[in-house]
Design a binder for this molecule. Structure first.
Ligand code: P6P
Length: 337
């Protein structure tokens, strides 16, 4: 009887492709998978284990933290801090870099994560996810600083997400394509269900929060207007629209059937001194790495996301990603503008 390829076996078989990888990288991925399995369990149980609803605290972004935001962050730390695979951790849910306990062995990697992205969907039972990005840690530094994390996305060793949807799926790239694993709850293993994922270069589906239309800049307004004109307009085809308000779900759909996702900067965000809504280090960069590895593209509208030099760990960035021909069209509109 066939068991299938587990995530751990897949990483071991492929770790020769990972720059300088030893069993430590496999161990790190395993720790992340353990945290994701526990988060999946709590997300799935929801009200049964009293994890729904909000806390009375806010994160560094000034956003009210859901109970599961805080719990997911604690689970990620718990899964990683004593196993000696990371040197430090940064999270959307923590103002500053998390340093390991003094007696904990330091590892070769830095982990950045959004422990539970899209958590506003939790209470309405819509898909949410965990996003993670892995960098090499500076050698011989016991407590890496925020500055040690501020590397462009091209320096990522690996990136991935876990989607807590109708099925729980972990999607991963180590720089050699994109692989998808589905959680078999019967024996608690992520099993390989798809590899060498490729995004169609063209699409008829876009994802944007259309309630912000009055704030959009001209290139975005032009692109969406043309899509909405459908077959009678300059695109000569009809488009569909999706907006889940959960980036992990949107990216997974795009990896599966193509599409373009946009969270551009706009007049509303600019008036609040923001450069987009999504965070560069633990949302845009890992998703851009995955999308590019699947043959798609990821841009700010002005430049490739993975080439942005970070200034601070929680900085925001405009995001356009997905089918590469659509991203290029949006880039051309921005550059023309
Ligand atoms: P809005 C979730 O809060 C998130 O960070 C992404 O996952 C999602 O794409 C976006 O924000 C949704 O933003 O403004 O539509 O609620």
């Amino acid at each position: 009887m066939r068991i299938g390829t587990t995530l751990t076996n897949y990483i071991i078989q492929n770790q020769r492709d990972i720059d300088g990888a030893t069993g430590e990288f496999t161990g790190l991925l395993n720790d992340i998978a353990v945290a994701c399995k526990k988060i999946a369990d709590l997300v799935n149980k929801g009200a049964l284990v009293n994890v729904l609803g909000a806390t009375d605290s806010q994160n560094v972004q000034g956003e009210t933290q859901k109970k599961l935001d805080v719990i997911s962050n604690e689970l990620m730390i718990e899964a990683l801090r004593h196993n000696g695979h990371i040197a430090a951790l940064a999270s959307e849910e923590m103002d500053s870099v998390y340093h390991l306990p003094a007696d904990a062995k330091r590892g070769k990697y830095l982990l950045l994560c959004d422990p539970l992205d899209g958590s506003s969907n939790i209470d309405v039972n819509v898909s949410v996810g965990t996003i993670f990005s892995i960098l090499k840690a500076p050698e011989g530094v016991a407590n890496p600083t925020e500055q040690d994390f501020l590397r462009p996305g091209t320096k990522q060793v690996a990136a991935g997400y876990c989607l807590y949807g109708p099925s729980t799926m972990l999607v991963l790239t180590t720089g050699n394509g994109v692989s998808m694993f589905t959680l078999d709850r019967d024996f608690g293993e992520f099993l390989l269900t798809r590899e060498n994922v490729v995004i169609d270069a063209d699409t008829k589906e876009f994802a944007i929060n259309a309630s912000n239309q009055r704030f959009w800049e001209a290139p975005v307004r032009r692109y969406i207007d043309e899509c909405l004109q459908g077959a009678d307009g300059p695109r000569e085809k009809n488009f569909n629209m999706r907006w889940v308000a959960s980036m992990v779900a949107e990216v997974h759909r795009i990896l599966t059937r193509g599409g373009v996702f946009m969270y551009p900067n706009d007049a509303r965000l600019k008036s609040n001194g923001k450069n987009g809504k999504l965070r560069l280090m633990y949302e845009a960069n890992p998703m851009a790495f995955i999308v590019e590895q699947a043959g798609g593209a990821a841009s700010t509208g002005q430049q490739r996301i993975l080439e942005v030099q970070p200034d601070e760990i929680h900085q925001r960035i405009p995001v356009i990603l997905g089918s590469r021909n659509e991203v290029k069209r949006l880039d051309d509109y921005h550059l023309g503008a």
